[in-house]
Write a protein that binds this ligand. Structure first.
Ligand SMILES: [Mg+2]
Length: 254
């Protein structure tokens, strides 16, 4: 993670030769008490296909959610390119890379996490493909129990890392992050050779900012007054949507 701070500047409008990578929760859509309460703005639903058309199909969602959850959230839109579970699973124009199967040890840990969650109404456990997400946005009292559980998991589960966040903690296989996912897309058509832009709000988005910066791209932090390697900033998901709409409007007017 870089230590330079943002210059508080809004990013330039999207150009036709860009590759657009978008985090979802907290970036395109406002956070909600639980992930299943998040809704996608109807105007954004209309704009995403136009954005893909503008950029030759080089638009991908890059999220901590699973690809299945993203498809459900954006239904009936058919979004071709997605990285789910921080890139553990990826779907591009040239095919898909599925998350690996979960072992019995991992499933047992997930069951233990669910037993903890049951003690705190609103606490939430998600797991898929070797990722375990413990959410306490709606149950702050669960933070201490979940955090100490995650520490125990790290000791038991080789090859995994903890990623603490403001409202939860994630346990992910080493070598899985949004930067690696974006770099993989950038090796494939239609992303290859384009200037990448990545919009994200979370510490988990920092590896994405670093990769985009390495391509001399446009890294954009949403909200958040914290150290970041993002070069631009937008205040909230509404501002992100306005920036997308303005990019489309300008092209329509041209
Ligand atoms: Mg986010």
């Amino acid at each position: 993670m870089g230590s330079e701070s943002t210059d508080d500047a809004a990013p330039p409008l999207i150009e036709e030769d860009w590759a657009v990578f978008l985090d979802v929760d907290g970036s395109l859509a406002e956070h909600a008490p639980t992930p299943s309460d998040v809704r996608i703005d109807p105007q954004l639903m209309q704009a995403l296909p136009k954005l893909a058309e503008l950029c030759g199909g080089a638009v991908a969602l890059v999220s901590g959610r699973s690809i299945q959850a993203l498809d459900d959230l954006f239904a009936p839109l058919d979004i071709a390119a997605m990285a789910g579970l921080h890139g553990l699973e990826r779907r591009g124009h040239g095919g898909a890379h599925a998350a690996p199967e979960m072992g019995a040890d991992f499933l047992e840990l997930a069951r233990q996490a669910e037993a903890i969650a049951a003690e705190y109404p609103g606490a939430l456990v998600e797991y898929k493909g070797g990722c375990l997400f413990l959410h306490w946005r709606s149950a702050p009292d669960a933070a201490a129990s979940f955090s100490s559980f995650a520490e125990r998991v790290r000791e038991q589960l080789a090859g995994h890392r903890l990623h603490p966040g403001a409202h939860g903690i994630e346990i992910r296989p080493i070598g899985v992050d949004k930067g690696i996912a974006i770099a993989a897309f950038m090796e494939e058509a239609p992303f290859r050779g384009r200037r990448p832009v990545f919009i994200g709000d979370d510490p988990a988005d920092e590896p994405g900012f670093a990769v985009v910066n390495a391509f001399d791209g446009v890294s954009v932090l949403v909200g958040g007054d914290r150290p970041t390697s993002a070069r631009y900033r937008l205040d909230n998901p509404r501002r992100v949507r306005q920036w997308l709409f303005a990019s489309l409007d300008r092209k329509q007017a041209a």
